[in-house]
Ligand binder design. Sequence first.
Ligand code: SAH
Ligand code: SF4
Ligand code: F3S
Length: 453
Amino acid sequence: MQEPQSPNTDPLSTAGTRRGVYISTYGCQMNVNDTERMYTLLEMVNYEPVSRPEDAELIIINSCSVREKPVHKVHSEAGRYRKLKAKNPNLRIGVGGCVGQQEKGNLLEDVPVLDFVFGPDNIDNLPKIVQEMRDKNLRPVDAKFSHGEPYQIETLIRKPGVAAFVNITKGCDNFCTFCVVPFTRGRERSRSLKELIVDIQKLTLRGVKEVTLIGQNVNSYKSDCGANFGDLMSRVATDTDVERIRFTTPHPKDFNLDLAQIIQKHRNKIMEYMHLPAQSGNSEVLERMNRGYTREEYIEKARMLAREIPNCVFSTDLIVGFPGETEEQFEDTLTLLDEVPYESIYAFKYSSRPFTKAAKFTDQLDEVTKSERLTRLLAKHRSISFEVAKKYEQKILDVLVEDFQEKDSSCYGRSTGNKSVHFAGRRDLIGQTLPIRVTEAYPQVFYGELVES
Ligand code: SAH
Ligand code: SF4
Ligand code: F3S
Protein backbone atom coordinates (compact mmCIF):
# COMPACT_ATOMS: atom_id res chain seq x y z
CA MET A 1 0.00 0.00 0.00
CA GLN A 2 1.31 3.48 -0.80
CA GLU A 3 1.80 5.31 2.46
CA PRO A 4 1.70 9.09 2.27
CA GLN A 5 4.98 10.67 3.25
CA SER A 6 5.09 12.52 6.53
CA PRO A 7 5.25 16.31 6.22
CA ASN A 8 8.38 16.56 8.38
CA THR A 9 10.56 14.21 6.40
CA ASP A 10 9.31 15.17 2.96
CA PRO A 11 12.15 16.67 0.93
CA LEU A 12 9.62 18.43 -1.29
CA SER A 13 8.16 20.55 1.47
CA THR A 14 8.96 24.24 1.55
CA ALA A 15 9.54 24.53 5.29
CA GLY A 16 7.73 27.35 6.98
CA THR A 17 5.86 28.78 4.00
CA ARG A 18 2.23 27.71 3.70
CA ARG A 19 0.79 28.43 0.28
CA GLY A 20 -2.90 28.48 -0.53
CA VAL A 21 -4.38 25.86 -2.88
CA TYR A 22 -7.83 26.09 -4.41
CA ILE A 23 -9.37 23.20 -6.38
CA SER A 24 -12.61 23.44 -8.33
CA THR A 25 -14.29 20.11 -8.91
CA TYR A 26 -16.56 18.96 -11.74
CA GLY A 27 -18.04 15.56 -12.56
CA CYS A 28 -18.61 12.38 -10.66
CA GLN A 29 -17.78 10.96 -7.22
CA MET A 30 -14.37 9.80 -8.52
CA ASN A 31 -13.46 13.43 -9.05
CA VAL A 32 -14.80 14.43 -5.63
CA ASN A 33 -12.55 11.77 -4.10
CA ASP A 34 -9.64 12.75 -6.34
CA THR A 35 -9.91 16.38 -5.20
CA GLU A 36 -9.74 15.28 -1.57
CA ARG A 37 -6.70 13.18 -2.44
CA MET A 38 -5.03 16.18 -4.11
CA TYR A 39 -5.65 18.41 -1.08
CA THR A 40 -4.22 15.73 1.23
CA LEU A 41 -1.10 15.19 -0.87
CA LEU A 42 -0.52 18.92 -1.30
CA GLU A 43 -0.96 19.56 2.42
CA MET A 44 2.01 17.28 2.97
CA VAL A 45 4.16 19.67 0.94
CA ASN A 46 2.90 22.75 2.74
CA TYR A 47 -0.10 23.79 0.71
CA GLU A 48 -3.11 24.88 2.66
CA PRO A 49 -6.63 24.55 1.22
CA VAL A 50 -8.35 27.94 0.78
CA SER A 51 -11.96 28.61 -0.07
CA ARG A 52 -11.41 31.48 -2.55
CA PRO A 53 -9.22 31.41 -5.67
CA GLU A 54 -8.08 34.96 -4.74
CA ASP A 55 -6.22 33.52 -1.72
CA ALA A 56 -4.44 30.77 -3.65
CA GLU A 57 -0.94 30.40 -5.06
CA LEU A 58 -2.02 27.18 -6.74
CA ILE A 59 -5.34 26.66 -8.53
CA ILE A 60 -6.38 23.30 -9.97
CA ILE A 61 -9.39 22.75 -12.19
CA ASN A 62 -10.40 19.11 -11.62
CA SER A 63 -12.36 18.72 -14.83
CA CYS A 64 -14.99 16.36 -16.25
CA SER A 65 -15.50 15.65 -19.94
CA VAL A 66 -18.55 13.43 -19.90
CA ARG A 67 -20.98 15.92 -21.46
CA GLU A 68 -21.41 19.29 -23.19
CA LYS A 69 -18.55 21.69 -23.85
CA PRO A 70 -16.10 20.50 -21.19
CA VAL A 71 -13.06 22.01 -22.89
CA HIS A 72 -14.88 25.30 -23.22
CA LYS A 73 -15.67 25.24 -19.48
CA VAL A 74 -11.97 24.79 -18.67
CA HIS A 75 -11.04 27.66 -21.02
CA SER A 76 -13.56 30.01 -19.47
CA GLU A 77 -12.68 29.15 -15.87
CA ALA A 78 -8.95 29.56 -16.61
CA GLY A 79 -9.78 32.87 -18.30
CA ARG A 80 -11.37 34.13 -15.09
CA TYR A 81 -8.05 33.58 -13.31
CA ARG A 82 -6.03 35.67 -15.76
CA LYS A 83 -6.51 38.82 -13.68
CA LEU A 84 -5.42 37.01 -10.51
CA LYS A 85 -2.24 35.93 -12.22
CA ALA A 86 -1.52 39.46 -13.35
CA LYS A 87 -1.73 40.53 -9.69
CA ASN A 88 0.19 37.56 -8.30
CA PRO A 89 3.07 36.29 -10.48
CA ASN A 90 3.55 33.34 -8.08
CA LEU A 91 0.12 31.96 -8.92
CA ARG A 92 0.21 28.68 -10.86
CA ILE A 93 -2.85 27.18 -12.55
CA GLY A 94 -3.28 23.55 -13.59
CA VAL A 95 -5.90 21.24 -15.06
CA GLY A 96 -6.50 17.72 -13.73
CA GLY A 97 -9.30 15.23 -14.28
CA CYS A 98 -10.77 13.90 -17.50
CA VAL A 99 -10.33 16.99 -19.71
CA GLY A 100 -6.67 17.01 -18.66
CA GLN A 101 -6.36 13.38 -19.73
CA GLN A 102 -8.25 13.97 -22.96
CA GLU A 103 -6.51 17.15 -24.11
CA LYS A 104 -3.05 16.76 -22.52
CA GLY A 105 -0.57 19.34 -23.87
CA ASN A 106 -3.14 20.89 -26.23
CA LEU A 107 -4.51 22.74 -23.23
CA LEU A 108 -1.19 24.45 -22.61
CA GLU A 109 -1.00 25.50 -26.26
CA ASP A 110 -4.56 26.80 -26.36
CA VAL A 111 -4.71 28.43 -22.93
CA PRO A 112 -1.51 30.37 -22.17
CA VAL A 113 -2.56 31.15 -18.59
CA LEU A 114 -2.28 27.44 -17.72
CA ASP A 115 0.95 26.09 -16.20
CA PHE A 116 0.42 22.35 -15.96
CA VAL A 117 -1.82 19.45 -16.91
CA PHE A 118 -2.17 16.01 -15.36
CA GLY A 119 -4.51 13.03 -15.71
CA PRO A 120 -6.50 11.06 -13.11
CA ASP A 121 -3.82 8.34 -13.02
CA ASN A 122 -1.08 10.84 -12.12
CA ILE A 123 -2.54 12.45 -9.02
CA ASP A 124 0.02 10.87 -6.72
CA ASN A 125 2.75 12.66 -8.72
CA LEU A 126 1.13 16.02 -8.01
CA PRO A 127 3.54 17.24 -5.28
CA LYS A 128 6.44 16.42 -7.61
CA ILE A 129 4.79 18.02 -10.64
CA VAL A 130 4.12 21.21 -8.70
CA GLN A 131 7.60 21.37 -7.22
CA GLU A 132 9.31 20.81 -10.57
CA MET A 133 7.13 23.40 -12.21
CA ARG A 134 8.13 26.01 -9.64
CA ASP A 135 11.81 25.09 -9.30
CA LYS A 136 12.56 24.62 -12.97
CA ASN A 137 9.95 26.99 -14.33
CA LEU A 138 8.48 24.22 -16.51
CA ARG A 139 4.98 23.71 -17.90
CA PRO A 140 4.67 19.96 -17.20
CA VAL A 141 2.16 17.54 -18.74
CA ASP A 142 1.71 14.23 -16.89
CA ALA A 143 -1.13 12.26 -18.43
CA LYS A 144 0.11 8.70 -18.88
CA PHE A 145 -2.05 5.78 -17.79
CA SER A 146 -0.48 3.47 -15.21
CA HIS A 147 -1.71 0.38 -17.08
CA GLY A 148 0.97 -2.01 -15.92
CA GLU A 149 0.85 -1.29 -12.20
CA PRO A 150 -1.54 -2.84 -9.67
CA TYR A 151 -4.28 -0.48 -8.51
CA GLN A 152 -3.35 0.27 -4.90
CA ILE A 153 -4.65 3.47 -3.48
CA GLU A 154 -5.35 4.04 0.17
CA THR A 155 -8.29 6.42 0.59
CA LEU A 156 -6.92 9.84 1.59
CA ILE A 157 -9.32 12.12 3.42
CA ARG A 158 -8.08 14.99 5.57
CA LYS A 159 -10.97 15.14 8.04
CA PRO A 160 -13.41 12.36 7.33
CA GLY A 161 -17.06 13.10 8.02
CA VAL A 162 -19.77 10.56 8.71
CA ALA A 163 -19.90 9.38 5.08
CA ALA A 164 -16.99 8.63 2.75
CA PHE A 165 -16.47 7.50 -0.85
CA VAL A 166 -14.13 4.57 -1.37
CA ASN A 167 -12.83 3.76 -4.85
CA ILE A 168 -13.07 0.04 -5.55
CA THR A 169 -12.39 0.13 -9.30
CA LYS A 170 -11.03 2.62 -11.76
CA GLY A 171 -11.51 2.88 -15.51
CA CYS A 172 -14.08 1.14 -17.66
CA ASP A 173 -13.98 -1.56 -20.33
CA ASN A 174 -17.57 -1.31 -21.48
CA PHE A 175 -17.13 1.19 -24.30
CA CYS A 176 -20.73 2.35 -24.46
CA THR A 177 -20.66 4.09 -27.84
CA PHE A 178 -21.57 7.52 -26.41
CA CYS A 179 -19.11 7.55 -23.51
CA VAL A 180 -15.68 9.13 -23.18
CA VAL A 181 -14.85 7.56 -19.81
CA PRO A 182 -12.96 4.50 -21.14
CA PHE A 183 -10.68 6.98 -22.91
CA THR A 184 -10.16 9.33 -19.97
CA ARG A 185 -9.90 6.77 -17.16
CA GLY A 186 -8.34 3.88 -19.08
CA ARG A 187 -8.85 0.15 -18.64
CA GLU A 188 -10.78 -1.20 -15.71
CA ARG A 189 -8.80 -2.16 -12.61
CA SER A 190 -9.95 -3.39 -9.19
CA ARG A 191 -8.33 -2.87 -5.82
CA SER A 192 -7.65 -6.02 -3.85
CA LEU A 193 -10.29 -7.13 -1.38
CA LYS A 194 -7.72 -7.33 1.40
CA GLU A 195 -6.58 -3.76 0.85
CA LEU A 196 -10.18 -2.54 0.78
CA ILE A 197 -11.16 -4.17 4.05
CA VAL A 198 -8.16 -2.59 5.81
CA ASP A 199 -8.88 0.77 4.19
CA ILE A 200 -12.55 0.78 5.19
CA GLN A 201 -11.83 -0.40 8.73
CA LYS A 202 -9.30 2.43 9.10
CA LEU A 203 -11.96 4.92 8.01
CA THR A 204 -14.40 3.59 10.62
CA LEU A 205 -11.72 4.13 13.27
CA ARG A 206 -11.68 7.78 12.17
CA GLY A 207 -15.44 8.09 12.68
CA VAL A 208 -16.83 7.09 9.27
CA LYS A 209 -20.20 5.33 9.59
CA GLU A 210 -21.16 5.02 5.92
CA VAL A 211 -19.09 4.13 2.87
CA THR A 212 -20.13 4.42 -0.75
CA LEU A 213 -18.13 1.98 -2.86
CA ILE A 214 -17.48 3.78 -6.12
CA GLY A 215 -16.41 2.85 -9.63
CA GLN A 216 -17.69 3.28 -13.19
CA ASN A 217 -19.09 -0.24 -13.13
CA VAL A 218 -18.86 -1.50 -9.56
CA ASN A 219 -20.49 -4.85 -10.14
CA SER A 220 -17.77 -5.96 -12.53
CA TYR A 221 -15.34 -5.68 -9.57
CA LYS A 222 -12.86 -8.58 -9.49
CA SER A 223 -10.22 -8.85 -6.79
CA ASP A 224 -6.83 -10.48 -7.42
CA CYS A 225 -8.03 -13.29 -5.12
CA GLY A 226 -11.01 -13.94 -7.40
CA ALA A 227 -13.64 -12.26 -5.17
CA ASN A 228 -16.47 -10.55 -7.04
CA PHE A 229 -18.60 -7.55 -6.07
CA GLY A 230 -21.04 -9.65 -4.02
CA ASP A 231 -18.14 -11.22 -2.10
CA LEU A 232 -16.68 -7.77 -1.48
CA MET A 233 -19.96 -6.39 -0.13
CA SER A 234 -20.45 -9.43 2.14
CA ARG A 235 -16.93 -9.04 3.51
CA VAL A 236 -17.30 -5.30 4.07
CA ALA A 237 -20.57 -6.04 5.89
CA THR A 238 -19.12 -8.78 8.10
CA ASP A 239 -15.43 -7.86 8.54
CA THR A 240 -15.60 -4.11 9.18
CA ASP A 241 -17.44 -1.93 11.68
CA VAL A 242 -18.98 0.26 9.00
CA GLU A 243 -22.68 0.80 9.67
CA ARG A 244 -23.93 1.54 6.16
CA ILE A 245 -22.74 0.43 2.73
CA ARG A 246 -23.81 2.06 -0.53
CA PHE A 247 -22.45 1.62 -4.02
CA THR A 248 -22.46 3.42 -7.36
CA THR A 249 -22.59 2.84 -10.29
CA PRO A 250 -23.79 -0.70 -10.95
CA HIS A 251 -24.28 -1.75 -14.58
CA PRO A 252 -27.60 -3.47 -15.30
CA LYS A 253 -25.94 -6.17 -17.42
CA ASP A 254 -23.80 -7.28 -14.44
CA PHE A 255 -26.63 -7.38 -11.89
CA ASN A 256 -27.74 -10.92 -11.14
CA LEU A 257 -29.89 -12.80 -8.66
CA ASP A 258 -26.89 -13.74 -6.50
CA LEU A 259 -25.96 -10.11 -5.99
CA ALA A 260 -29.54 -9.11 -5.20
CA GLN A 261 -29.72 -11.89 -2.60
CA ILE A 262 -26.44 -10.80 -0.99
CA ILE A 263 -27.81 -7.26 -0.67
CA GLN A 264 -30.99 -8.56 0.94
CA LYS A 265 -29.02 -10.89 3.25
CA HIS A 266 -26.98 -7.94 4.56
CA ARG A 267 -29.87 -5.52 4.50
CA ASN A 268 -28.99 -4.30 8.01
CA LYS A 269 -25.83 -2.80 6.48
CA ILE A 270 -26.28 -2.60 2.71
CA MET A 271 -28.68 0.21 1.81
CA GLU A 272 -31.64 -0.46 -0.50
CA TYR A 273 -30.94 2.39 -2.92
CA MET A 274 -30.39 1.26 -6.48
CA HIS A 275 -29.10 3.66 -9.10
CA LEU A 276 -29.52 1.56 -12.22
CA PRO A 277 -28.64 3.57 -15.35
CA ALA A 278 -30.91 2.54 -18.23
CA GLN A 279 -29.78 5.22 -20.75
CA SER A 280 -32.71 4.39 -23.07
CA GLY A 281 -35.99 2.47 -23.00
CA ASN A 282 -35.67 1.24 -26.60
CA SER A 283 -33.87 -1.99 -27.47
CA GLU A 284 -32.52 -0.82 -30.85
CA VAL A 285 -31.08 2.34 -29.32
CA LEU A 286 -29.63 0.27 -26.46
CA GLU A 287 -27.94 -1.96 -29.01
CA ARG A 288 -26.46 1.02 -30.86
CA MET A 289 -25.29 2.30 -27.47
CA ASN A 290 -23.61 -1.09 -26.80
CA ARG A 291 -25.27 -1.35 -23.40
CA GLY A 292 -25.52 -5.15 -23.39
CA TYR A 293 -29.24 -5.45 -22.52
CA THR A 294 -32.65 -4.98 -24.14
CA ARG A 295 -35.59 -3.00 -22.76
CA GLU A 296 -37.22 -6.24 -21.66
CA GLU A 297 -34.08 -7.54 -19.95
CA TYR A 298 -33.64 -4.25 -18.12
CA ILE A 299 -37.24 -4.23 -16.89
CA GLU A 300 -36.94 -7.87 -15.84
CA LYS A 301 -33.78 -7.07 -13.81
CA ALA A 302 -35.48 -4.14 -12.11
CA ARG A 303 -38.46 -6.39 -11.24
CA MET A 304 -36.13 -9.07 -9.91
CA LEU A 305 -34.47 -6.46 -7.69
CA ALA A 306 -37.82 -5.16 -6.47
CA ARG A 307 -38.87 -8.75 -5.65
CA GLU A 308 -35.65 -9.73 -3.90
CA ILE A 309 -35.07 -6.43 -2.08
CA PRO A 310 -38.46 -5.24 -0.79
CA ASN A 311 -38.87 -1.43 -0.70
CA CYS A 312 -35.83 -0.99 -2.92
CA VAL A 313 -35.59 2.64 -4.16
CA PHE A 314 -34.74 3.06 -7.84
CA SER A 315 -33.13 5.89 -9.76
CA THR A 316 -31.61 6.02 -13.22
CA ASP A 317 -29.65 7.93 -15.88
CA LEU A 318 -31.29 8.51 -19.26
CA ILE A 319 -29.95 10.00 -22.49
CA VAL A 320 -32.31 11.60 -25.03
CA GLY A 321 -31.50 12.38 -28.64
CA PHE A 322 -28.91 9.65 -29.18
CA PRO A 323 -27.95 9.62 -32.91
CA GLY A 324 -30.78 8.19 -34.99
CA GLU A 325 -33.29 8.10 -32.08
CA THR A 326 -36.76 8.32 -33.64
CA GLU A 327 -39.82 9.82 -31.96
CA GLU A 328 -41.16 6.29 -31.34
CA GLN A 329 -37.87 5.16 -29.83
CA PHE A 330 -37.84 8.19 -27.56
CA GLU A 331 -41.38 7.35 -26.46
CA ASP A 332 -40.05 3.98 -25.28
CA THR A 333 -37.82 5.93 -22.89
CA LEU A 334 -40.88 7.87 -21.70
CA THR A 335 -42.82 4.67 -21.07
CA LEU A 336 -39.92 3.10 -19.20
CA LEU A 337 -40.99 5.42 -16.38
CA ASP A 338 -44.30 3.54 -16.25
CA GLU A 339 -42.50 0.20 -15.93
CA VAL A 340 -39.88 0.98 -13.30
CA PRO A 341 -40.89 3.09 -10.28
CA TYR A 342 -37.95 5.52 -10.43
CA GLU A 343 -37.99 7.93 -7.51
CA SER A 344 -35.46 10.16 -9.25
CA ILE A 345 -33.98 10.36 -12.73
CA TYR A 346 -30.91 12.08 -14.16
CA ALA A 347 -31.69 12.89 -17.78
CA PHE A 348 -29.23 14.29 -20.32
CA LYS A 349 -29.21 15.43 -23.92
CA TYR A 350 -26.84 13.30 -25.95
CA SER A 351 -23.58 15.12 -26.49
CA SER A 352 -20.96 14.00 -29.01
CA ARG A 353 -17.68 13.03 -27.29
CA PRO A 354 -14.23 12.70 -28.83
CA PHE A 355 -12.86 9.20 -29.62
CA THR A 356 -16.32 7.59 -29.21
CA LYS A 357 -18.07 5.46 -31.84
CA ALA A 358 -21.34 7.38 -31.65
CA ALA A 359 -19.53 10.62 -32.52
CA LYS A 360 -19.01 9.11 -35.99
CA PHE A 361 -22.64 8.07 -36.47
CA THR A 362 -23.99 10.11 -39.37
CA ASP A 363 -27.55 10.48 -38.06
CA GLN A 364 -26.92 13.06 -35.30
CA LEU A 365 -30.05 14.89 -34.14
CA ASP A 366 -30.49 18.64 -33.98
CA GLU A 367 -30.37 20.52 -30.66
CA VAL A 368 -34.03 21.60 -30.85
CA THR A 369 -35.24 18.00 -31.01
CA LYS A 370 -32.94 16.95 -28.18
CA SER A 371 -34.04 19.84 -25.96
CA GLU A 372 -37.70 19.22 -26.66
CA ARG A 373 -37.35 15.52 -25.74
CA LEU A 374 -35.46 16.36 -22.56
CA THR A 375 -38.21 18.78 -21.52
CA ARG A 376 -40.90 16.15 -22.11
CA LEU A 377 -39.02 13.47 -20.18
CA LEU A 378 -38.35 15.76 -17.22
CA ALA A 379 -41.97 16.95 -17.20
CA LYS A 380 -43.23 13.39 -17.10
CA HIS A 381 -40.95 12.50 -14.23
CA ARG A 382 -41.75 15.69 -12.36
CA SER A 383 -45.38 14.77 -11.99
CA ILE A 384 -44.43 11.25 -10.87
CA SER A 385 -41.91 12.59 -8.36
CA PHE A 386 -44.49 14.67 -6.47
CA GLU A 387 -46.67 11.59 -6.07
CA VAL A 388 -43.64 9.61 -4.90
CA ALA A 389 -42.78 12.28 -2.33
CA LYS A 390 -46.35 12.30 -0.99
CA LYS A 391 -46.19 8.60 -0.16
CA TYR A 392 -43.39 9.34 2.34
CA GLU A 393 -45.35 11.87 4.39
CA GLN A 394 -45.80 10.72 8.01
CA LYS A 395 -43.47 7.75 7.40
CA ILE A 396 -40.68 7.18 9.92
CA LEU A 397 -37.26 6.84 8.27
CA ASP A 398 -33.93 5.80 9.79
CA VAL A 399 -31.70 8.79 9.16
CA LEU A 400 -27.93 8.83 9.64
CA VAL A 401 -27.10 12.40 10.70
CA GLU A 402 -24.23 13.91 8.70
CA ASP A 403 -24.32 17.61 9.47
CA PHE A 404 -25.70 20.35 11.70
CA GLN A 405 -26.44 23.97 10.75
CA GLU A 406 -25.97 26.45 13.58
CA LYS A 407 -28.06 29.19 11.99
CA ASP A 408 -31.38 27.33 12.15
CA SER A 409 -30.36 24.48 14.51
CA SER A 410 -31.15 21.91 11.84
CA CYS A 411 -29.62 18.50 11.29
CA TYR A 412 -29.12 16.96 7.86
CA GLY A 413 -28.92 13.28 7.08
CA ARG A 414 -29.95 10.57 4.65
CA SER A 415 -32.44 7.75 4.98
CA THR A 416 -31.59 4.15 4.10
CA GLY A 417 -33.23 4.80 0.70
CA ASN A 418 -30.93 7.84 0.20
CA LYS A 419 -33.49 10.58 0.83
CA SER A 420 -32.11 13.89 2.09
CA VAL A 421 -33.84 14.77 5.35
CA HIS A 422 -33.65 17.96 7.48
CA PHE A 423 -34.97 18.18 11.03
CA ALA A 424 -34.52 20.34 14.14
CA GLY A 425 -31.70 18.90 16.24
CA ARG A 426 -28.33 19.34 17.88
CA ARG A 427 -24.68 19.07 16.89
CA ASP A 428 -24.09 16.04 19.11
CA LEU A 429 -26.55 14.01 16.99
CA ILE A 430 -24.02 13.88 14.13
CA GLY A 431 -23.05 10.26 13.49
CA GLN A 432 -26.22 8.81 15.04
CA THR A 433 -28.94 6.94 13.17
CA LEU A 434 -32.29 8.26 14.36
CA PRO A 435 -35.98 7.69 13.62
CA ILE A 436 -37.35 10.76 11.84
CA ARG A 437 -41.02 11.25 10.99
CA VAL A 438 -41.42 12.97 7.60
CA THR A 439 -43.65 16.02 7.96
CA GLU A 440 -43.18 17.61 4.52
CA ALA A 441 -41.90 15.76 1.46
CA TYR A 442 -40.73 17.31 -1.81
CA PRO A 443 -39.04 15.51 -4.72
CA GLN A 444 -35.51 16.60 -3.73
CA VAL A 445 -35.77 17.06 0.01
CA PHE A 446 -37.76 15.96 3.04
CA TYR A 447 -38.39 17.82 6.30
CA GLY A 448 -39.14 15.88 9.44
CA GLU A 449 -39.07 15.66 13.21
CA LEU A 450 -37.21 13.44 15.60
CA VAL A 451 -39.40 10.68 17.04
CA GLU A 452 -38.65 10.77 20.77
CA SER A 453 -38.54 7.30 22.30
N1 SAH B 1 -20.59 4.34 -15.42
C1 SAH B 1 -21.87 4.87 -15.35
C2 SAH B 1 -22.04 6.27 -15.88
C3 SAH B 1 -20.93 7.19 -16.04
S1 SAH B 1 -21.24 8.69 -16.87
C4 SAH B 1 -22.80 3.94 -16.11
O1 SAH B 1 -22.39 3.12 -16.87
O2 SAH B 1 -23.97 4.11 -15.98
C5 SAH B 1 -22.70 9.30 -16.07
C6 SAH B 1 -23.86 9.47 -16.99
O3 SAH B 1 -23.60 10.48 -17.94
C7 SAH B 1 -24.21 8.26 -17.83
O4 SAH B 1 -24.96 7.34 -17.13
C8 SAH B 1 -24.96 8.85 -18.98
O5 SAH B 1 -26.34 8.92 -18.73
C9 SAH B 1 -24.39 10.25 -19.09
N2 SAH B 1 -23.56 10.39 -20.28
C10 SAH B 1 -22.39 9.77 -20.54
N3 SAH B 1 -21.93 10.12 -21.75
C11 SAH B 1 -22.85 10.96 -22.29
C12 SAH B 1 -22.95 11.65 -23.53
N4 SAH B 1 -22.03 11.51 -24.47
N5 SAH B 1 -24.01 12.46 -23.71
C13 SAH B 1 -24.96 12.58 -22.75
N6 SAH B 1 -24.93 11.95 -21.58
C14 SAH B 1 -23.88 11.14 -21.34
FE1 SF4 C 1 -19.27 4.99 -19.77
FE2 SF4 C 1 -20.63 2.80 -20.28
FE3 SF4 C 1 -18.39 2.67 -18.87
FE4 SF4 C 1 -20.55 3.79 -17.80
S1 SF4 C 1 -20.34 1.62 -18.42
S2 SF4 C 1 -18.48 4.59 -17.76
S3 SF4 C 1 -21.51 4.75 -19.55
S4 SF4 C 1 -18.55 3.24 -21.02
FE1 F3S D 1 -16.55 13.10 -15.69
FE2 F3S D 1 -14.40 11.71 -15.77
FE3 F3S D 1 -16.19 11.28 -13.89
S1 F3S D 1 -15.55 12.33 -17.52
S2 F3S D 1 -18.08 11.75 -14.92
S3 F3S D 1 -15.00 13.10 -14.14
S4 F3S D 1 -14.94 9.75 -14.89
